[in-house]
Write a protein that binds this ligand. Structure first.
Ligand code: ANZ
Ligand code: ZN
Length: 907
C-alpha cells in the first residue's frame, strides 16, 4: 500500500485529473461582472493532421498563464478552435483522392484528442471550426456590409498563372518561378480581384501601436515598417511636347536641385506611350512584365533601364532632364515616377553610374558645410560668409585655401566615385535653397511649389489594400453575384450563407466550384435575370482575423453579441513571431471594422502579446551516392555524448551504424527533426512535457528539445511525489506557530515565502517561467535537506510542500491535483487561491556579520537587524573564535560595516 503511493504513475494521475475536470466542467465560463475577467488566447491551430511541438509550446504557455490568472481569482476564458480552411487540405485531397472537408474534420478530431491529453484548461463548449457555414456566414455578412460602405472593392491585380494546369497558383505553389506540380514557367496575369480598404485605416493602425505597451517592441516596429508612412512632396515636372506634367513623389525635396534625370515605372502611362514608337523600350517593358513585381524582387534585382527619348523640365531651374524607364520603380507606390538624385540616393547612383548619367552634390555634412563657410570667409571677407560661400560655391575654385578646399573636393569626389551621400545635411549648389537644412528646405519648397501650382505635401503609405480573393476551392465563398446587366451584386443578407459544397470530387487542381456550372448558376438579386456566382474564396487570413471575438459569443445570430464587450479585449495573446506582421495587422484592422460596425467597443483586440520562440532540435542524416540527404528522425537515433553533454556521435537504432549530425534547426518536416508530442506524453506524461517546455527556455527564446532534459523533469516530478508522500506518511503535526520557530525553521519558512514572492512576479509581471521553476526546485532541495522531525519542523515542511504544489500547479496541473489531495485537502486545487507571501516570514530579523581582528576573519555573529552598536560590539568580542585573538591586548577601535563586517583593531 505504502509502496504503491510512493510510485508516481503519470498516466493514472493524468487520467484521474482530466476526468474530474471534464465531469465538473471546470473550465466552462460565463460572463460574471462581479469578477475581473481574463481572456487568455493562443493562436488557433491549422488542423494539419497532428499536433507538433510548436503547438504544445504555444498552448502550454497559454495554459500556464490561464491557470495562474484563475488562481488569482479571475474569471478566465481560454478557448480553442480550428483555422480550418486552406491549401494543404486541397493538396491532400488531390494526393489522396478525398474531399478536403473530410480530411479536415478527421484531422480536427485527431488533434482535439491529442490536445485533451495535454490537460489544458480550455472551455471546449466554445470550440468551432472556421470552415463551418455557421462561422463563415458572419464573415460573408460583414463583407456585404463593407461592400456597401465602399470598403470592399474590385480591381485588376496580378496573379501567378500556371499555363499547363490553367489555374492560378498561390505564392507557396511557385517554386523558383515554376508551378509546383507542372514545373511550367509561371506567368503573370491580371484578373479582377476583391480588396478590403485597409489603407483607410493606415493612420489608426499606426497610431494605435503607441497605445500598446503590452506588445513587444519588435512586433510594433515590424508593423510600423510594414505600414510605412512617409511624408513628402508631390512635384510636377513639365514634359517637353506634352500637355500633362509628370508628377513624382519624393521624401527628399531638399535634393531637388540635384535631380539629373527622371525614372518612371515600366507600367507608367508615359512609358507605354513612348514604347509605341520605340521598339527597344517596348521590349524592355515586356521583359519587366515577366518578372514578379514583388517589392523584394525589385529591391534585389539588378537595376536596369531604357531611355524614353522624352525630356522633363525642372520646375525651378528650367533645365531639360532625360526621362528613363527603370525596373526598380514600382507603379503601385507614390506616383510611379521618381526624380532621380544620384548624388544622394543609392539606387539612383547605381543607375547613373551604369548608364553614365550626371551626378551632382547638393547636400553636405556638417564638416563640409564648415569648410565651405571658411572658404567663403576667405573669399569675400563678407559679414555673411555662409550665404556668400554657399550662394556662389563656384567661387571656391579661385580661392587658395588648400585644407578647407580639399575637404570639399574630397567629399564631392567620394560622392561621384564611391556612392551617394544619403544622410540629411545642409543644402548647397542649390541657389535660393543654399544653407537650409532638410526641414527648412522641405517647408520652403512645399510653400513655393504649392503657390506656383507645381507641387503639394503628401503622405504615402507602403501598406497596400488587402487582396482577399483566392482562386482556390477550400475557403469561404465570396458572396457576390455577377449579372450581365447589374455587374457585381452582393448576395442579400437573408440569402447568406453562400455555402461551399463539401462533398466534392477533385479533378486535377481546378476548384470544383469553378468546374461546376450548376453551382455557379444563380439569379441576380437585383434584376432577377440569370447571373453567375463568384467562384473565388476568401484569403484564410479573413477567418483568423476575427475568430477571437467569436469565442466570446457562442451561438450568437450576429457576428458577436453583447458578451463580446465583457470579454474583450483579449488580455493575453500568445503565438508565433511569424505572425508579427500580416495576421496581427489584419486582426487589428478587423477589430476596428467591427468597432465601426458597432459590434465591439474597444479600439484594439489584444492588450498584451507574447511571441514564443521556435522549437528546435538536432538533425541527423545519411547521404546517398548522389549526395542527397536522407533525414532521419531523432526518435530513431541513439545519441552519444561526452561528459560535458556534447554530442560526439549518433547511430541509427535499427542498424547500429553511424549517422551524420546536421546541426540544430527548427523542427520541420523537411529536416525530419520533429519530435512527436504524443510519443513524449505516452513515455513521460503530459506534466513532464509541459514542465520541460516551460523550463528549457524563456518563452520568447528558441527551445532546444532534448530528451535528456525531459528525463530530468520526469525525475524531478518523481522525487516531488515520493518526498511529499513520505511527509504525509508521518504522524500529524500542528499548524505553524511563527513564535515557536527556531532559526533553521525560520530560515526554511523565509525561503518558502521568498519563493512565493519570486514565482508570483515571474508568472505575473515577467512571464519568466523557467526562473519560476528553478526557484521551486531550489525550495524542494531545501526541504530535502531539512531533517527536523519536531512538531514545528513538520509544520514548516508541510507549508513548504503546499507552496510547491500550488506554485507548480499552473505548469503541472495533474500532479498538482493529486498532491493537493494527498496533503489532506478536499477542495480541488484549481479552486484554491494563489498563495501570498507573508511579510512577517520574509522579514529578516537577524543578520550575520563577519568578525575580523586586525583585518583577518576570526568569527561570525548573528545579531538582530536593528541591534544597537554596543550590542554588536559585545557579541563580536564574545565570539569564541575572536576571544583568543583579543585576549591580553588593548582594543583600540571597533569598525562596523552595517550588515557585513565588524573589524576589531587591537595592539
Ligand atoms: C528623390 C530622392 C532623393 C529620394 C534622395 C530619396 C532620396 P519611402 O521613404 O519609401 O516613401 N520613390 C518614390 N516613388 C517610388 C516608386 N514608385 N518606386 C520606387 N521608388 C520610389 O521612399 C520615397 C522615395 O523613394 C522617394 O524619394 C523616391 O526617391 C523613391 F536623396 O525622391 B526620393
Ligand atoms: Zn441584374
Amino acid at each position: 500500500m505504502q509502496e504503491q503511493e510512493n510510485l508516481y504513475d503519470p498516466a493514472a494521475v493524468e487520467a484521474a485529473a482530466q476526468k474530474f475536470w471534464n465531469e465538473s466542467r471546470a473550465f466552462e465560463v460565463k460572463e460574471d461582472p462581479s469578477k475581473p475577467k481574463f481572456f487568455c488566447l493562443s493562436m488557433l491551430p491549422y488542423p494539419s493532421g497532428a499536433l507538433h511541438m510548436g503547438h504544445v509550446r504555444n498552448y502550454t504557455i497559454g495554459d500556464v498563464i490561464s491557470r495562474y490568472q484563475r488562481m488569482l481569482g479571475k474569471n478566465v476564458l481560454q478557448p480553442m478552435g480550428w483555422d480550418a480552411f486552406g491549401l494543404p487540405a486541397e493538396n491532400a485531397a488531390i494526393k489522396n483522392n478525398t474531399a478536403p472537408a473530410k480530411w479536415t474534420y478527421a484531422n480536427i478530431d485527431h488533434m482535439r484528442a491529442q490536445l485533451k491529453t495535454m490537460g489544458y484548461a480550455i472551455d471546449w463548449s466554445r470550440e468551432f471550426a472556421t470552415c463551418r457555414p455557421d462561422y463563415y456566414v458572419h464573415e460573408q455578412r460583414m463583407f456585404v456590409r463593407l461592400f456597401k460602405k465602399g470598403l470592399a472593392y474590385r480591381k485588376n491585380s496580378v496573379v501567378n498563372w500556371d499555363p499547363v494546369d490553367q489555374t492560378v497558383l498561390a505564392n507557396e505553389q511557385v517554386i523558383d518561378g515554376r508551378g509546383w506540380r507542372t514545373g511550367a514557367l509561371v506567368e503573370r496575369r491580371e484578373i479582377p480581384q476583391w480588396f478590403l480598404k485597409i489603407t483607410d485605416y493606415a493612420d489608426q493602425l499606426l497610431d494605435g501601436l503607441d497605445k500598446l505597451p503590452g506588445w513587444p517592441d519588435a512586433v510594433k516596429t515590424m508593423q510600423r515598417n510594414w505600414i510605412g508612412r512617409s511624408e513628402g512632396l508631390e512635384i510636377q515636372f513639365g514634359v517637353e511636347g506634352e500637355s500633362e506634367p509628370l508628377t513624382v513623389f519624393t521624401t527628399r525635396p531638399d535634393t531637388l536641385m540635384g535631380v539629373t534625370f527622371l525614372s518612371i515605372a515600366p507600367e507608367h502611362p508615359l512609358a507605354l506611350q513612348a514604347a509605341k514608337t520605340n521598339p527597344k523600350l517596348s521590349a524592355f517593358i515586356e521583359e519587366c512584365r515577366h518578372v514578379a513585381a514583388s517589392e523584394a524582387v525589385v529591391e534585389t534585382a539588378e537595376k536596369k533601364g531604357v531611355e524614353t527619348g522624352l525630356h522633363a523640365i525642372h520646375p525651378i531651374s528650367g533645365e531639360k532632364l532625360p526621362i528613363w524607364v527603370a525596373n526598380f520603380v514600382l507603379m503601385g507606390y507614390g506616383t510611379g515616377a521618381v526624380m532621380a538624385v544620384p548624388g544622394h540616393d543609392e539606387r539612383d547612383w547605381e543607375f547613373a553610374t551604369k548608364y553614365d548619367l550626371l551626378i551632382k552634390m547638393v547636400i553636405v555634412s556638417d564638416a563640409v558645410r564648415d569648410a565651405i563657410r571658411e572658404l567663403g570667409r576667405e573669399a569675400e571677407g563678407n559679414q555673411d560668409p555662409m550665404s556668400a560661400a554657399l550662394g556662389q560655391s563656384r567661387a571656391i575654385d579661385v580661392v587658395e585655401a588648400p585644407s578647407a578646399l580639399s575637404i570639399v573636393e574630397d567629399f564631392e569626389n567620394k560622392i561621384i566615385t564611391d556612392g551617394a551621400y544619403t544622410e540629411y545635411g545642409t543644402v548647397v549648389n542649390s541657389g535660393e535653397l543654399d544653407g537650409k537644412n532638410y526641414r527648412e528646405a522641405f517647408d520652403y519648397l512645399a510653400e513655393k511649389l504649392q503657390r506656383e501650382g507645381k507641387g503639394a505635401k503628401r503622405i504615402n503609405y507602403r501598406l497596400r489594400d488587402w487582396g482577399v480573393s483566392r482562386q482556390r476551392y477550400w475557403g469561404c465563398p465570396i458572396p457576390i453575384v455577377y449579372c450581365p446587366k447589374c455587374d457585381a451584386v452582393p448576395v442579400p443578407e437573408d440569402q447568406l450563407p453562400v455555402v461551399l459544397p463539401e462533398d466534392v470530387q477533385f479533378m486535377g487542381v481546378q476548384s470544383p466550384i469553378k468546374a461546376d456550372p450548376n453551382w455557379r448558376k444563380t439569379t441576380c438579386p437585383q434584376c432577377g435575370g440569370p447571373a453567375e456566382r463568384e467562384t473565388d474564396t476568401f484569403d484564410t487570413f479573413m477567418e483568423s482575423s476575427w475568430y477571437y471575438a467569436r469565442y466570446t459569443s457562442p451561438g450568437a445570430k450576429t457576428q458577436v453579441d453583447e458578451r463580446a464587450n465583457y470579454w474583450l479585449p483579449v488580455d493575453q495573446y500568445i503565438g508565433g513571431i511569424e505572425h508579427a506582421i500580416l495576421h496581427l495587422l489584419y486582426f487589428r484592422f478587423y477589430h476596428k471594422l467591427m468597432r465601426d460596425a458597432g459590434l465591439v467597443h474597444s479600439d484594439e483586440p489584444a492588450t498584451n502579446l507574447l511571441c514564443q520562440g521556435m522549437v528546435i532540435a538536432e538533425t541527423f542524416y545519411r547521404e546517398d551516392a548522389n549526395g542527397n540527404r536522407d533525414w532521419i528522425n531523432p526518435a530513431d537515433v541513439e545519441i552519444q555524448r561526452d561528459d560535458k553533454a556534447r554530442i560526439v556521435g549518433a547511430i541509427l537504432k535499427s542498424d547500429g551504424k553511424p549517422v551524420q549530425i546536421g546541426g540544430i534547426e527548427k523542427m520541420s518536416k523537411s529536416k525530419n527533426n520533429g519530435v512527436d508530442p504524443q510519443a513524449m506524453v505516452s513515455k513521460f506524461g503530459a506534466d513532464t512535457v509541459r514542465l520541460f517546455s516551460m523550463f528549457a527556455a524563456p518563452p520568447e527564446h528558441s527551445l532546444d528539445w532534448r530528451e535528456a532534459g525531459v528525463e530530468g523533469m520526469a525525475r524531478f516530478l518523481r522525487r516531488l511525489w515520493r518526498d511529499l508522500h513520505a511527509h504525509v506518511a508521518q504522524p500529524d503535526h500542528p499548524e505553524v506557530d511563527p513564535r515557536m520557530l527556531n532559526a533553521t525553521q525560520k530560515t526554511l519558512r523565509r525561503q518558502i515565502h521568498e519563493t512565493i514572492a519570486k514565482v508570483s512576479d515571474d508568472y505575473g509581471r515577467r512571464l519568466s517561467f523557467n526562473t519560476a521553476i528553478a526557484a521551486v526546485m531550489e525550495l524542494l532541495n531545501a526541504v530535502g535537506k531539512f531533517d527536523d522531525m519536531s512538531d514545528q519542523g513538520g509544520a514548516v515542511r508541510h507549508e513548504a510542500f503546499e507552496a510547491i504544489v500550488l506554485l507548480l500547479n499552473p505548469i503541472t496541473p495533474h500532479i498538482g491535483h493529486a498532491l493537493w489531495a494527498a496533503l489532506g485537502h478536499t477542495e480541488p486545487v484549481i479552486d484554491v487561491a494563489w498563495p501570498k507571501a507573508d511579510p512577517a516570514a520574509l522579514a529578516k530579523d537577524a543578520v550575520t556579520l563577519a568578525v575580523q581582528v586586525n583585518g583577518k576573519l576570526r568569527g561570525q555573529i548573528e545579531v538582530a537587524v536593528n541591534a544597537a552598536r554596543e550590542e554588536i560590539e559585545q557579541a563580536a568580542l564574545a565570539d569564541e573564535g575572536v576571544i583568543k585573538f583579543v585576549a591580553g591586548q588593548t582594543v583600540k577601535k571597533i569598525i562596523i560595516v552595517p550588515g557585513k563586517i565588524v573589524n576589531i583593531v587591537v595592539g
